[in-house]
Ligand binder design. Structure first.
Ligand code: ARG
Length: 459
């Protein structure tokens, strides 16, 4: 059809469903700013080559500015024939400044270098303007909380069985550490993706010798992609971003799962604020941790975005093939989900309340059995032996129906091993157990505060 940008060699009409199937405007309109900016810089490059006059360039730039305003104000009128954001913007430019001038902006350019230029700009801006600062906020909220609530103890778990006492702040710091690692990975990814494909043409390069370095610099790219085939077909940056998202959401999911468990009546360690909870339509008493369950659930969705796109990407011959258009819906869904998840997690953590009494009441003396073994180690007994002795003490207290290993008498201890003496009872102190672990990365107050200080220097 004559309406299509590429319609010259066609005589038949596009099947209506084929048009919809092929069109990406319903989702790639999100890149309108990047697309207009790319055209602004690209046409400046054309003008430097003498392919546009200064007057033409200024008309083009005015038109692009007007189109941006239309998008900004949600006044851009889409045409049924628009295929994607690139063709829609070019069509509109023609309407505004005349087709004889607008018809020159695509000289030497292809939608193949154009669409991936837009996408790289879009990703870079989302990461820099949203994901990185939002991640920093999340980590900061966790650090602040950990510092303020440094004195609260709670059970640490392995196999979800009570293991050893830790600080609540130590647990918070553990996830803050994961998120800080995620932050650093994300910084590396944005650095790698910020390379310019523009000027690579459809696949073979630029026939008018455009200065690609100039285009890259003007668009805020750190450099140019050095092979035109790679420039138009490389989607590794999308795979990297979605892999990053999958790993990050995995951390978010485990974080949420801990909090779901901690917020049950049976644990009662934390209470979610009303702002991040919902009720039941039938059971009036219910307050459900939907925010946390969604954080956990949406990690599956993000992994699906990655897995789906990887399936599409594999086996595509070089260079551009329409399969690649599938990058956008997966990526946009992934980025939006991650962005919202960071904000929700930040809200949950900053508004929940910690139930100190419940946490500390959940500490039981058997969690100090390792400390009991360490007591004999300090008297020169090999740990493998003390481990066994401490286990016997646990069994003895249990068999006698006592409420904890601290309830055995000194005589009962000495029946098991004569090396026990009366100062052994000093180990039955959770605070001291936590404080003894003062090596780097441990639960002692000094060690936790050091972790938090370290994180602050990394974010
Ligand atoms: N909408 C397309 C995409 O997102 C733009 C590239 C189209 N290129 C082409 N040769 N048909 O991938």
């Amino acid at each position: 059809s004559a309406q299509k940008l590429w319609g010259g060699r066609f005589t038949g009409k596009t099947d209506p469903l084929m048009h919809l199937y092929n069109a990406s405007l319903p989702y790639d309109y999100k890149m309108y700013k990047a697309d207009l900016e790319g055209t602004r810089v690209y046409t400046a490059g054309l003008q430097k080559l003498g392919l546009l006059t200064e007057d033409e360039l200024s008309k083009i730039h005015q038109g692009l500015e007007e189109i941006k305003q239309e998008w900004d104000e949600d006044k851009f009128v889409r045409h049924a024939d628009d295929e994607d954001i690139h063709t829609a913007n070019e069509r509109r430019l023609g309407e505004l400044i005349g087709r004889n001038i607008a018809g020159k902006v695509h000289t030497g350019r292809s939608r193949n270098d154009q669409c991936v230029t837009d996408l790289r700009i879009y990703c870079r801006d989302i990461v820099n303007d949203k994901l990185l600062p939002f991640m920093k906020d999340l980590i900061n909220v966790m650090i602040l909380r950990a510092e303020k609530e440094i004195d609260i103890l709670m059970p640490g778990y392995t196999h979800l069985q009570r293991a050893q006492p830790i600080r609540w702040s130590h647990w918070l710091s553990s996830y803050a550490t994961y998120f800080t690692q995620d932050l650093q990975r994300l910084r590396q990814i944005v650095e790698r993706l910020n390379q310019s494909p523009l000027g690579a043409g459809a696949l073979a390069g630029h026939p008018y010798g455009i200065n690609r370095e100039y285009l890259a610099k003007e668009l805020g790219f750190a450099g140019v992609i050095g092979n035109s085939l790679v420039a138009v077909s490389d989607r590794d940056f999308i795979v990297e971003l979605m892999s990053w998202s999958t790993l990050f959401m995995n951390h978010i999911s485990r974080f949420a799962e801990d909090m779901i468990i901690y917020s049950t009546a049976e644990f009662g360690f934390i209470k979610l604020s009303d702002a991040y909870s919902t009720g039941s339509s039938l059971m009036p008493q219910k307050k459900n941790a939907d925010s946390l369950e969604l954080l956990r659930g949406k990690s599956g969705r993000v992994f699906g975005d990655l897995a789906g796109f990887l399936m599409s990407l594999k086996g595509i011959p070089s260079t551009y093939d329409k399969d690649m258009q599938e990058d956008k819906e997966a990526l946009f869904d992934c980025l939006t989900t991650v962005e919202h998840s960071i904000l929700i997690a930040t809200g949950v953590v900053s508004t929940l309340s910690v139930q100190k009494q419940k946490m500390e009441a959940a500490l039981t003396m058997d969690m100090l059995a390792t400390d009991l073994a360490d007591y004999l180690v300090r008297k020169g007994v090999p740990f493998r032996e003390t481990h066994h002795i401490s286990g016997e003490c646990v069994a003895k207290a249990e068999n006698l129906g006592l409420d904890g290993i601290d309830k055995l008498t000194l005589e009962q201890y000495q029946e098991i091993d004569p090396r026990f003496s009366s100062n052994l009872f000093e180990i039955f102190n959770f605070e001291q157990s936590v404080e003894r672990r003062d090596a780097t990365g441990g639960t002692a107050k000094s060690a936790v505060l050091k972790q938090l200080d370290n994180l602050k220097t990394q974010i």
